[in-house]
Ligand binder design. Structure first.
Ligand SMILES: Cc1cc2nc3c(=O)[nH]c(=O)nc-3n(C[C@H](O)[C@H](O)[C@H](O)COP(=O)(O)OP(=O)(O)OC[C@H]3O[C@@H](n4cnc5c(N)ncnc54)[C@H](O)[C@@H]3O)c2cc1C
Length: 477
């Protein structure tokens, strides 16, 4: 019997797990995929939004601004990169400047600090490459960028070190009320918990609707992107938005925290909750819209494309709290954008609800700090030489595009909740994220994983079940 069962190891489930692991509670996380961050949390813009887009008075508005404020400390404690690069919203016609004013007023009502509308030559001082068609822009100095994988993995790792159990490849199939709380049926057998927290992303409505008569309805809203080479990484300084549309924040151009450039996303309501395929039309739309912000976007530098699914709930706000007619069942549902930004704040909010319910007491030995992977490429030559002398694995470069050595890969595999798949290594270290998109380093990473995990290479997957990289004639599909 667990005190708390969390469904889903995305950024929301992981943040809740981290915050709840401050309390004396038996907690487990059930995740259908083989690793953390395999759902929406792996495929988004990585923007820490300033908070001017959400309607005042909503949970989105409050938790966005709070999450944004918390991100610096969160990143410091978890030893992950975060940059407050600021953001701008472009307006292309004089008749639309009123919408910028409204966005500014809305942001101020939400508590966003430092918002300014800028016109004239100052616009190009902030963003030299924006189109000459831009008439005015809204500047938000508190906007930022973060790596969503690192944030999620670091939160989960910290929760794990503080006692939370993670069960991967464990798909939740049913939930029913039991005497002590809830029985959760999974692909790996039943789990029983006094409290269940639903952080299942695009599937969160399914679980809510199993126990509550207040039905939720999530529509997956697909967003497609292009990622550009690091050569293009300095094309913009801030995150460059256009005025929002009725489907979201529109197509942006942004640097990533690791120095690439990204353009996207589209916004298309779909029915298939697994459909993260990119399409020729989607990519064409992304490029077309990005070129409106700047006709100089170096689209020839695109190295890959990807898509993610927003968990858009029909009520248009986050659904957070205990379901009224299902005591002990706590939702963190409908967490579409700005869910990544809000994650630290949602973690605290949900953990407080659950801890209060359980009358839980805080631990005195909670470890709030986590040591991240230290990268040779970020070190001074002297320090790098010392490290290589101590551990020659740091002298063997495995991923040439990103200069990732065997040392960092071993760290990613051996650390708590370490990587078990090619994508797990890629997301923790960036081996395979560069220009050649893993063409060069995959065989070597495969060898290292096989050796470290003591399993044949044929059994190593790219990501989920069935994504084995090497064909095995004896394997049953
Ligand atoms: C295109 C796009 C752009 C975005 N850009 C931004 C941005 O720039 N800034 C921002 O703040 N937000 C952004 N967001 C929103 C943000 O990505 C999400 O709010 C956030 O990642 C949601 O996290 P989550 O943990 O709720 O969902 P997920 O990451 O999807 O996690 C849910 C987890 O539940 C698991 N799960 C599902 N069903 C089951 C089951 N039956 N059994 C066990 N496990 C299950 C899944 O495998 C998954 O790991 C964007 C979203 C999209 C799609």
């Amino acid at each position: 019997m667990m005190d708390v069962i969390i469904i889903g190891a995305g950024v929301i489930g992981s943040s809740i797990a981290r915050e709840l692991s401050r309390y004396q509670l038996d907690i487990c996380v059930l995740e259908k995929e083989p690793d953390v961050c395999c759902g929406t949390s792996k495929a988004n813009s990585g923007i820490v939004h300033a908070g001017h887009d959400a309607k005042p008075g909503t949970l989105k508005a409050r938790l966005n601004v709070l999450g944004n404020e918390m991100m610096e400390d969160t990143a410091r404690e978890l030893d992950i990169p975060f940059k407050r690069n600021g953001s701008v919203v472009l307006c292309f016609s004089k008749s639309e400047t009123g919408r910028l004013e409204l966005l500014k007023a809305q942001g101020e009502q939400n508590g966003v600090k430092g918002l300014r509308i800028i016109t004239g030559t100052e616009m190009k001082e902030i963003e030299p490459n924006i189109s000459d068609e831009v008439q005015a822009l809204l500047y938000a100095p508190s906007g930022g960028i973060i790596c969503p994988f690192e944030l999620t993995a670091a939160m989960a790792e910290n929760a794990f070190v503080n006692g939370t159990a993670f069960y991967f490849d464990t798909e939740v199939r049913g939930i029913e009320k039991s005497d002590a709380g809830y029985r959760v049926a999974t692909s790996k057998g039943d789990f029983e918990g006094k409290v269940v927290i639903n952080a299942a992303g695009v599937n969160a409505d399914v679980f809510n609707n199993m126990v509550s008569s207040r039905k939720l309805s999530i529509v997956p809203r697909k967003g497609e992107y292009c990622l550009l080479d690091k050569k293009a990484g300095n094309f913009v300084n801030t995150t460059v938005f256009q005025l929002p549309t009725n489907l979201g924040k529109g197509v942006l151009i942004t640097p990533t925290v690791h120095g690439n450039l990204m353009i996207g996303p589209t916004a298309e309501n779909i029915t298939d909750r697994e459909d993260t395929a990119t399409t020729a039309e989607g990519i064409a739309q992304v490029i077309d819209k990005a070129l409106k912000s700047s006709e100089k976007v170096p689209v020839r530098q695109v190295i890959t494309s990807f898509a993610g699914l927003r968990a858009h709930e029909k009520g248009r706000d986050f659904v957070i709290g205990e379901a009224e007619d299902a005591p002990g069942f706590i939702n963190a549902a409908g967490i579409d954008s700005p869910g990544l930004t809000s994650a630290p704040a949602i973690g605290v909010m949900v953990a407080e609800i659950a801890a209060k319910k359980m009358k839980a007491v805080k631990k005195t030995d909670f470890q709030d700090k986590r040591k991240g992977i230290h990268f040779l490429r970020d070190m001074e030559v002297e320090a790098a030489n010392v490290l290589i002398a101590e551990n020659p694995a740091y002298g063997r470069v495995v991923c040439r595009c990103e200069t990732i050595t065997e040392g960092e890969i071993l760290d990613a595999v051996r650390r708590p909740l370490g990587a078990k798949t090619l994508d797990g290594v890629k997301r923790r270290t960036r081996a395979g994220m560069g220009r050649c998109q893993a063409g060069f380093c995959s065989p070597r990473v495969l060898e290292i994983l096989s050796r470290e995990l003591d399993i044949p290479q044929e059994e190593i997957c790219k990501s989920g079940r069935g994504s084995n990289v090497i064909a095995d004639s004896k394997r049953e599909e």
